[in-house]
Design a protein around this ligand. Structure first.
Ligand code: SPV
Ligand code: MG
Length: 340
């Protein structure tokens, strides 16, 4: 990895550090890579903008881009680039949606494993997999943990609902909860079975989602913490953070807390910091961004029967090759293909 630390250790430190951290959603190898390089890409696009300005002012091409000053400046910009996201949320909603199925365990656990393996291969930062309910009982969940470790996934989050799960944000659906003891033992089985001590288990409390109150949420969180969970994800679908505030005021920082503010998106991030939240998950925004972009592109190409106006709006083919790291293959071919 870039930091030299194992991905599991990176995730463990991210969850336990007092600093507020952010996990960004991805649902494929490509989107995972985009999450990882978000900060670098920011610097890169600034540099490109600057290059354009310089070119416009001096209207010479090769001199500027090849000049040592420019190269130095580009190195400087890279050095002060905002680093990308420190970790990835492999969202169940997004992975199922990109496969064209519902977030109701329609994709099998091995199909999810395949997707998340591509994501892990494409990145150096840790991935927290949204593993729904663990795809069965304690035995299925603990076997999943071993397979995730084998494939370079840093941790998984399981929620206290029944299989097959239903997405928490769907309106008017029953959200039957798992038995507290059964779910606690499922967490314990996973923790007992993991080989890497830094593999992280996040226990997700769905009490608020299922219409229960603070007491139920606290009882469950405490039971899961006692069972060995590395962090608690407390979920709410209210449009304000009142559930989270109530939970945090009673929880007393007993272990790290993770939130998913999809529905209370207008709450300023500083408020989460003040509440003592460990990690915020931006849970589905790459999927939603890609849906909007694809819908607009399809609409425009269909109605205009031309690519003229779309070309400048979409990523270049060269950008796709860059994201695929074609330069690495080119260098390898240079090494390993016989030179005739
Ligand atoms: C996901 O991203 O799949 C989640 C978060 O589990 S939510 O959709 O809010 O349930
Ligand atoms: Mg999910």
């Amino acid at each position: 990895s870039t930091s030299g630390k194992k991905k599991t250790t990176q995730l463990k430190q991210l969850l336990s550090s007092p600093q507020l951290a952010f996990l960004m959603e991805a649902h494929s190898g490509l989107s995972a890579r985009i999450v990882q390089e978000a900060g670098t890409y920011l610097a890169y696009s600034r540099l490109k903008k600057l290059q354009r300005v310089l070119l416009a002012v001096l209207s010479t091409t090769s001199w500027i881009t090849t000049s040592p000053t420019f190269c130095l400046f580009s190195k400087f910009l890279k050095a002060c680039s905002v680093s990308g996201f420190p970790g990835i949320w492999a969202s169940g909603l997004s992975i199922s949606a990109q496969l064209g199925v519902r977030d109701s365990n329609e994709a099998s656990w091995t199909q999810v494993l395949e997707v998340v393996e591509f994501m892990a291969d494409a990145t150096d930062i840790p991935i927290l997999l949204d593993a729904d309910t663990g795809y069965g009982n304690f035995n299925n969940a603990r076997r999943l943990v071993r397979k995730l470790e084998d494939r370079g996934i840093a941790g998984c989050c399981i929620e206290d609902k029944r299989f097959p799960k239903t997405n928490s944000l769907l309106d008017g659906r029953q959200q039957p909860l798992a038995d507290v003891e059964e779910f606690s033992l499922k967490i314990k089985a996973c923790k007992d079975h993991q080989r890497d001590p830094d593999f992280c288990m996040v226990a997700r409390v769905e009490a608020f989602i299922a219409g229960w109150g603070l007491q139920e949420a606290l009882t469950r969180a405490e039971a899961y913490r006692n069972a060995g969970a590395d962090a608690i994800l407390i979920h709410s679908k209210k449009s304000n953070p009142s559930d989270i505030e109530a939970f945090m005021s009673e929880w007393n920082n007993k272990c790290p807390v993770v939130i998913v503010p999809t529905k209370y998106f207008s709450t300023p991030t500083i408020q989460f910091k003040e509440l003592g939240i460990s990690t915020v998950i931006w849970a589905n925004h790459n999927l939603r961004a890609s849906v909007s972009a694809m819908q607009n592109t399809c609409r425009q190409i269909m109605s205009e029967q031309s690519l003229v106006n779309i070309e400048r709006k979409v990523a270049s083919v060269a950008e796709i090759f860059r994201l695929q790291q074609d330069h690495e293959l080119k260098a390898a071919e240079n090494c390993y293909l016989p030179k005739k």
